[in-house]
Design a binder for this molecule. Structure first.
Ligand code: NI
Length: 136
């Protein structure tokens, strides 16, 4: 069984690789490399896979997943600048792909029942990534 919790947050980012020249950055990332960054309204969907508990009828209590998401992710990224304000994104180019992988690494060990199945991150109405990482 797969259960999904959806959450939204707003954050700014700049796509920029400090190893590359200014020109190369603009060639790669275009206006996303502009110095002061820009913002998105992100939609995050976290899916947990597991057996349905006989006593609860749940894979895991989604109220509990909501709290974990708030504590581990949303409190740290909502209304923040992803390049500067988020400890677990330090040194990461905050593309949707890299953000999804970083969220996975934070959340996978924090899921109390079942196992993390996927992280879907929608950056714009038309662009989304989905990550199914390794279980450690
Ligand atoms: Ni962007």
């Amino acid at each position: 069984m797969y259960v999904t919790r959806r959450a939204t947050f707003s954050a700014s980012h700049r796509l920029y690789n400090a190893e590359l020249s200014e020109e190369e950055n603009f060639r790669l990332f275009d206006k996303c490399a502009s110095p002061n960054g820009h913002g998105h309204n992100y939609v995050l969907e976290v899916t947990v896979a597991g057996e349905v508990g006989e006593e609860t009828g749940y894979v895991l209590d989604l109220k509990e997943l909501k709290k974990i998401l708030a504590r581990e992710i949303l409190d740290k990224v909502d209304h923040k600048h992803l390049n500067h304000d988020v400890d677990f994104l330090r040194g990461v180019i905050p593309t949707a792909e890299n953000i999804a992988m970083a969220f996975w690494n934070v959340l996978a060990p924090a899921i109390p029942r079942g196992r993390l199945h996927s992280i879907r991150l929608q950056e714009t109405e038309n662009n989304a990534v989905e990550y199914r990482g390794e279980q450690k």
